[in-house]
Design a protein around this ligand. Structure first.
Ligand SMILES: [Zn+2]
Length: 284
């Protein structure tokens, strides 16, 4: 029971962001946009199939079960549907924050999440390039999320659409007017904020883990807003060459020997003069 309007909404959002990225790019591109977009969409296509086969039936089937048997935290109290849906979305967002931290900190999970981070540029197509393995290994987490929180099918489907739009938006390479971005960023993850998470500087990649609401980074002290975009190099230090990130290299990447991610080929680690944290000052 997927909402019929979710596919056109997502395709429309991607097309609008693609157009805006050409008109108002936030960061200058390293690789040609057409080549990258084709590569990222191919990876996305493979992942979409993996998702349909694994997560979609597992999570939605479970959400129906949760609803039928009143399982999970949200079912302990009786809430109006709108409030239960809202809490369901907020708690899914928080537990996704925790999952994102784990994908960076647990070496086995990082092997997969690395594929998303080695992209040399960051735009809406990066939002779609997750290795199918990362999506598959996230299914058990999703199952626990749904059961423990007590997520109804309505909450789950609404969250999925919200998350998809949010991920497309904050990966996009669109230069929003700074005042607008600062205003939006009080609540939602924005392109400049997520750009810092994709930096080759390790401490910067170890910040801004939120995927929807910024409150989780604020609460955990992992929010970093004070790195100007023009100073950011996107990617992972060990994989800096265009040939390192070709499709046939990144597909087998999680399964083979990997380089120490945060070291440049000459063994140094990219650093930036320590910036104070936390900072509420979002630089252009
Ligand atoms: Zn990440």
């Amino acid at each position: 029971m997927r909402a019929w309007w979710s596919a056109p909404l997502i395709i429309g959002a991607f097309a609008a962001l693609f157009w805006l990225e050409r008109r108002r790019p936030l960061r200058s591109a390293v690789e040609p946009k057409v080549t990258r977009t084709a590569r990222n969409l191919t990876l996305a296509g493979i992942s979409a199939v993996a998702l349909q086969l694994t997560e979609a039936p597992a999570a939605l089937g479970l959400a129906a079960l949760v609803e039928r048997h009143n399982l999970g935290l949200l079912k302990l109290v009786s809430l109006p549907v709108w409030l239960e849906t809202l809490f369901g979305i907020v708690l899914l967002d928080y537990t996704l924050y925790i999952w994102h931290v784990l994908t960076h900190k647990v070496p086995f999970l990082w092997r997969f999440h690395l594929v998303h981070h080695v992209d040399l540029d960051l735009d809406a197509s990066t939002a779609l390039r997750f290795h199918f393995g990362e999506l598959a290994v996230s299914v058990p987490w999703r199952v626990v999320q749904v059961i423990v929180i007590g997520v109804s099918p309505l909450s789950y489907l609404t969250w999925q659409v919200f998350m998809f739009l949010s991920i497309l938006f904050h990966h996009s390479n669109v230069e929003l007017p700074i005042r607008m971005e600062r205003w939006l960023n009080r609540l939602f993850v924005t392109p400049r904020m997520h750009g810092i998470h994709h930096s080759i500087v390790h401490e910067e990649a170890d910040s801004n883990w939120s995927s929807g609401l910024t409150i989780w980074d604020r609460l955990h002290g992992t929010l970093r807003l004070n790195v100007p975009q023009r100073e950011i190099t996107i990617g992972v230090p060990a994989y800096r060459k265009p040939e390192d990130v070709e499709l046939l290299r990144i597909l087998p990447m999680p399964f083979g020997k990997q380089r120490p991610s945060w070291q440049l080929p000459d063994k140094g680690e990219p650093r930036r003069e320590a910036l104070p944290m936390p900072s509420d000052n979002l630089l252009p």
